[in-house]
Design a protein around this ligand. Structure first.
Ligand SMILES: Nc1ncnc2c1ncn2[C@@H]1O[C@H](COP(=O)(O)OP(=O)(O)OP(=O)(O)O)[C@@H](O)[C@H]1O
Ligand SMILES: [Mg+2]
Length: 487
């Protein structure tokens, strides 16, 4: 079957049986389902297409369009698009994207204390991630939301890149084209975007790749800023502040003057990485990180070069093993949503002794920190500077994001609850009324969906409840701490 026909086949959702919810994104929920005829498991993303003013959500349009062009073993396969049954309440309101099912996402695995990562896992996954990304970049496509929860992994260790809702084509020849600088989840966002660049390329994804590698090697996200300014600060603390020699064009960036560091800091990433006692670090991993987490995007390692790096040619070799140890017992899946739900259900533990590592997301609302934890304490001067930098001109909202003026804020307020965002320009949160997909997120579209477990009903009726639930009603929006920091 050809790529486009595969992604384009229209059927109805009643060919599938819903098993359980496995994900919750900005624009819809993701369910593990089973094809009633073949018994094959699939992941179905439910997308409301009529809740927002602009109609069909732009993220879904992008995802469908781009995934139809991207066929690669390290990119999740969109198999079909299906609709609600004819005459159902959701007809015209909802579409369903049917994906191949993957047992886990990386965020879920990193949070799960039953999973022990080895140096082999890390290298094998990084290789596959880089292969998938190189394929995108070769096709002139930027992903723009590389983070652990968008990296899917199956029990055999195969990895696929998912969530192309923020992806876009880019042009190498037309350097005038401006792209939104408000893409990529904050902790994975590169310094050029934090400094307002609107003319960027594949290097933005490679910074995120460096962050993912650091997260796996160190055991927690490398740069956990509490807000926009703080994100820059924790980056500068390890990577040094921009200078003429390490980043000749930095002062031309739109927000450089606004976020100009008050004093110079030397780069100390390499000695820092060498000094920490990370289980899965070695000289090659440190060297690779040092080449990925480079301030100047023009000097950052590309996906192509990365695949040539010595790290991949030293033991343990990153290749498929004949009989890999399953990551978790069969039928145990591990997605960010599930691990969060499980954590919510557990009584609060004091001291956090159980966690094998700090988790992505744990730091969303906490004091900003560097991998050493050194950034946690703030001097009064730092705090004063942060306040004053948001006092004139662009200001920072309670999520640490930029507010340009009151009309922007009013525009954002008006849009709360809107489920759609426009084309790339409209993703720009600095444009009035835009609803960015990545951090901080706007509250999700409201829905009346009832958690299946709470609903006394037959299995047949249950499947009607979630996947076929109507539009409208009122789940409370996520709290700001949930919206920020981990997205
Ligand atoms: N094919 C799949 N197989 C298994 N799980 C999946 C699949 N696709 C998505 N998921 C799960 O659902 C979650 C949300 O999916 P996805 O990231 O595509 O949605 P989204 O609405 O764009 O999310 P967000 O805005 O939070 O990034 C993923 O993090 C993953 O845990
Ligand atoms: Mg996602």
């Amino acid at each position: 079957m050809s790529g486009s026909s595969r992604a384009g086949r229209i059927g109805t959702i009643d060919s599938y049986r819903q098993l359980r919810q496995i994900g919750e994104g900005t624009y819809g929920k993701v369910y593990l389902c089973e094809d009633k005829q073949s018994g094959k498991q699939v992941a179905i993303k439910k997308v409301q297409i009529s809740a927002g003013k602009e109609g069909f959500p732009q993220t879904a349009v992008r995802e469908i369009k781009l995934l139809a062009q991207l066929r690669h073993e390290n990119i999740v396969r969109l198999e079909h698009i299906v609709t609600p049954p004819k005459g159902s309440a959701q007809e015209g309101d909802t579409i369903f994207m049917v994906f191949e099912y993957m047992d886990h996402d990386l965020e879920g695995l990193l949070r799960d204390t039953r999973v022990t990562l080895t140096a082999y896992h890390i290298k094998w996954w990084m290789k596959q991630l880089t292969e998938g990304l190189k394929f995108c970049h070769d096709k002139r496509m930027l992903h723009r939301d590389i983070k652990a929860s968008n990296i899917l992994i199956d029990n055999m260790g195969n990895l696929k890149l998912a969530d192309f809702g923020l992806a876009r084509n880019y042009s190498e020849t037309c350097s005038d084209t401006k792209y939104s600088n408000k893409v990529i989840t904050l902790w994975y966002r590169p310094p050029e975007l934090l400094l307002g660049s609107e003319t960027y390329g594949p290097a933005v994804d490679m910074w995120s790749v460096g962050c993912i590698l650091a997260q796996m090697v160190i055991g927690k996200p490398a740069f956990m800023g509490a807000n926009h300014i703080d994100q820059l600060e924790v980056i500068f603390k390890l990577c040094g502040t921009p200078t003429q020699s390490n980043w000749p064009t930095h002062s031309e960036l739109p927000w450089y003057q606004m976020f100009r560091p008050p004093h110079m800091i030397d780069r100390c990433l390499r000695p820092h990485l060498e000094s920490i006692d990370a289980d899965h670090s070695d000289e090659h991993a440190v060297d690779l990180l040092d080449k990925l987490l480079v301030l100047d995007p023009a000097r950052r390692m590309t996906a192509e070069k990365m695949l040539d790096h010595d790290w991949f040619y030293n033991e343990p070799l990153p290749q498929r093993r004949e009989r890999p140890e399953p990551l978790l017992p069969e039928n145990v899946s591990c997605h960010e949503y599930e691990t969060k739900q499980a954590a919510k259900a557990r009584p609060r533990e004091s001291g956090g002794g159980e966690g094998r590592r700090s988790r992505a997301g744990d730091g969303g609302a906490q004091a900003p920190t560097s991998p050493t934890g050194a950034g946690g304490g703030r001097s009064g001067r730092d705090a004063k500077r942060r306040r004053s930098s948001s006092a004139g001109g662009p200001r920072i909202d309670e999520h640490g994001e930029l507010i340009r003026d009151s009309s922007f804020k009013a525009g954002m307020e008006r849009r709360r609850g809107s489920s759609s965002s426009g084309a790339d320009a409209a993703y720009d949160p600095l444009a009035p009324g835009a609803a960015p997909k990545s951090a901080p997120k706007q509250p999700k579209p409201q829905s009346t969906e009832t958690p299946a477990a709470e609903t006394p009903a037959s299995a047949g009726a249950m499947e009607q409840m979630d996947l076929f639930a109507g539009v409208g009603g009122g789940a409370p929006p996520p709290s700001s701490s949930e919206l920020f920091g981990r997205k």
